[in-house]
Design a protein around this ligand. Structure first.
Ligand code: SF4
Length: 327
C-alpha cells in the first residue's frame, strides 16, 4: 500500500502506528526478553509503519534492569518505584519522556501499548499500597498516561485487548479513520472539505453511536457560521469518541436497512428478499456482517450510487485483514 486512494483521499504515506518496542520483538524488557505480538508484525505490518518506543530504555534504565512497580503516592498520585531499591523513583523521568514523545506523535494514526506495564499499560495496571498489601488494578502506566492526556483523539489500545476480534476491528477502523483525518488536516480543511469528510463517514458513525451521529450532523451543519478550527476541534473529538462505542448486530442491521433503501427501486424482488434474509441472519447472530455487506457490494456494482459508493462503512479497512469475518 505504498500509494493508493482510499475513500477519495490520496495516501502518499502508509499510516504510522506507535507501539511498545517489546511488542515488535525488540529485546528491551527488564530480563532482556521481548513480548512479540505477532499479529502486529505479521498481519498489520503489511499496512502500517511501526514506530517502536520503549520508555524505560529511553530514560536510561538499561537491559537487563530491576523491575519497577506502581505504588500509591500521596493525594491520589501514583509513583513508579524500583523493586530492587524502593528509594529509586522513576515517575518524573517516565512522565517527562511521555510528554516529550507525545509532542512527536502528531502524524501517528494509532498506538499499541503493552498491557500491565507500569510504564506502558493503558489501564488496569497493578498499583501497590505502601504497606505491600495486595495490589489493586486501578493504575495507568506513567508514560502511557502522558500519551493518553496529550492525544485524546488518537486510537490507543493494548495488545491484549486486540486479541478480542470486536475490539481489534474497532481499533483498526479508528486508525484508518484517524489517518484520513490527519491527511485532511495536512492538505488544509475548509467547510466544503469538512462536509465531504463527514458525508462519507455518516453510516459508519451510525453503526457505532446514533446520538453522536445526530450531534455530528449539527456540528457540520453549523460550519459556515463558526470558526473552521473550532468546528474541526469539536467534530474530531466527538467523532473519535463515538467510533469507540462498539457496534452490535442490531446497529449493523439498522445501517444495512438504510443502505438497502437506496437500492429498493432498482433491485428485483428476489434480490431484495435475499438481502433482507442476510440482514436478518446477521441481526440474529447467524452470519458475520461481511455476508450482507458482500451482497450489497455486489448490488453496488450493478446499480452504482455515488452517495452509497463513497461510504466508508462498506469498506473501513482492507478486506484482507478479515476484520468483519467473525461473529
Ligand atoms: S512494556 Fe514498555 S517499558 Fe516495558 S519493555 Fe515494553 S516498551 Fe519497554
Amino acid at each position: 500500500m505504498d500509494r493508493c486512494l482510499i475513500y477519495g483521499i490520496e495516501m502518499d504515506n502508509r499510516p504510522k502506528i506507535a507501539i511498545s518496542s517489546c511488542l515488535v520483538g525488540q529485546e528491551v524488557r527488564f530480563d532482556g526478553g521481548h513480548k512479540h505480538f505477532r499479529y502486529a508484525t505479521e498481519s498489520l505490518a503489511t499496512y502500517f509503519d511501526f514506530v517502536p518506543l520503549c520508555p524505560e530504555v529511553a530514560i536510561g534504565l538499561g537491559i537487563p534492569r530491576p523491575t519497577i512497580r506502581l505504588i500509591a503516592g500521596e493525594n491520589g498520585t501514583t509513583e513508579a518505584v524500583s523493586n530492587a531499591d524502593r528509594t529509586l523513583r522513576y515517575t518524573d523521568q517516565l512522565s517527562a519522556y511521555g510528554v516529550k514523545m507525545a509532542s512527536t506523535l502528531d502524524r501517528v494514526s494509532g498506538y499499541i501499548l503493552k498491557k500491565d506495564s507500569p510504564s506502558c499499560g493503558m489501564e488496569r495496571v497493578k498499583v501497590y499500597q505502601n504497606n505491600d498489601g495486595p495490589p489493586d488494578r486501578t493504575g495507568i502506566g506513567i508514560y502511557a498516561n502522558e500519551i493518553l492526556k496529550a492525544h485524546p483523539n488518537l486510537p490507543i489500545e493494548e495488545e491484549g485487548r486486540l486479541n478480542d476480534t470486536r475490539l481489534r476491528e474497532n481499533f483498526l477502523e479508528r486508525v484508518f479513520l484517524y489517518h484520513r483525518w490527519l491527511q485532511l488536516m495536512e492538505v488544509g480543511v475548509d467547510s466544503n472539505a469538512l462536509v465531504k469528510f463527514h458525508t462519507v463517514q455518516k453510516f459508519a458513525v451510525l453503526a457505532h453511536d446514533e446520538p453522536a451521529y445526530r450531534e455530528l450532523g449539527r456540528i457540520v451543519a453549523g460550519v459556515g457560521t463558526r470558526d473552521i478550527d473550532d468546528c474541526c476541534r469539536d467534530y474530531i473529538a466527538l467523532l473519535m469518541s463515538a467510533m469507540k462505542v462498539l457496534t452490535t448486530p442490531k446497529k449493523h442491521a439498522n445501517v444495512l436497512m438504510h443502505i438497502m433503501g437506496f437500492f429498493k427501486e432498482s433491485l428485483a424482488t428476489e434480490d431484495k428478499a435475499e438481502l433482507l434474509r442476510l440482514i436478518d441472519a446477521h441481526r440474529e447472530g447467524l452470519v458475520p456482517v461481511i455476508v450482507p455487506i458482500t451482497l450489497i457490494n455486489y448490488f453496488r456494482k450493478r446499480h452504482p450510487n455515488s452517495y452509497i459508493d463513497g461510504q466508508t462503512y462498506l469498506e473501513p479497512h482492507p478486506p484482507e485483514l478479515m476484520l468483519r469475518n467473525t461473529l
